[in-house]
Design a protein around this ligand. Sequence first.
Ligand code: ATP
Length: 363
Amino acid sequence: MAAIEMKHIVKKYGDGFPAVNDVSIDVADGEFMILVGPSGCGKSTLLRMIVGLEDITSGDMIIGGERVNDLAPRDRNLSMVFQNYALYPHLTVYENIAFPLRLAKMKDSEVDEKVRAASKTLDLDEHLQRKPANLSGGQRQRVAMGRAIVRDARAFLFDEPLSNLDAKLRGQMRTEIARLQKQLGITTVYVTHDQTEAMTLGDRVAVMKRGILQQLATPRELYEQPVNLFVAGFIGSPPMNFLPATVEGNEITLPFGTFPLPPAKAERTAGKGLLMAGIRPEHFEDVSVLHSDEVDTARTFKAHIDVREWLGDQQYAYVPYEAEAKVQDQLRELARESDSDSLRTQLVVSLDAASTVQEDSDT
Ligand code: ATP
């Protein structure tokens, strides 16, 4: 196992905008690091530079204290699990897992010991004589991981390993990977565009956009203290609401009315005038489930619910609103900055499962 230090890594293809632009990330020994961001943000390129499948334009890649920029992939002793698992269809599960050991000309008895130990960890012992075509997606995934485990590699690198699986299996495999990673304690770098995967798997998450590292933090920090609009909008599902707002004194005016601001927030926003308020769907309180004496009318608004989604343990209400002409430009700028595909002029509110509010009604 080893720590991975990326220092001011740059990757340029031709003369264009760098695919990876001065990225520095330290992955601690045994840490589970996620690289996440929208398509084209440079996360796969960065992973490929760690493995050695891509040259580094400038910067230093240090693995286990050793600069590996000029080291061939096979000399880096890393294990990569690809999206399509790269299994050999004509080989059994046993031989697929044994493959790197055969290449290394290991003795049969040692191979057998390692393959059996790995297949036990991965719950594959009953399938060792099957071919990949006769396995489920999840089992194939585990074979690919088995091949990575037997090599005693210094780190695991995953490139979107779950994107070919259906939603249920993806959830199961996510838990499986998290469990295995903790059990093996192996340094892991995992690329995904899926923020749920990032938030549930990573010890820390590096959020990238257009080749630039936006924020490197624990999932909780990303959620509670995003450093910019892009991270705020990217992390969280449904995404954070961005609402045009004006602050005057200790009051904030949103499209739904004017509300008192807590003193700390009023202090931070003093003199800013027009701004964007970021409010997560669950930070609205559903007053339909409160007793009347618990309702603070100064902080309450009524709105028309367009669509309501019921998820069993909670509900989401979608509330459209009109943006005044003077904030349209700001919203457009915001949509560009947060990489959202459309102008969001609807509010998403998380309601209590027991909420009595009705779709297509005012509440
Ligand atoms: P995705 O999730 O779609 O795989 P990504 O975030 O992993 O995206 P990369 O594949 O790292 O992004 O690509 C980053 C940028 O570099 C993109 O603009 C891409 O077009 C460009 N790029 C990647 N590989 C090459 C290449 N071999 N030649 C030229 N440009 C490339």
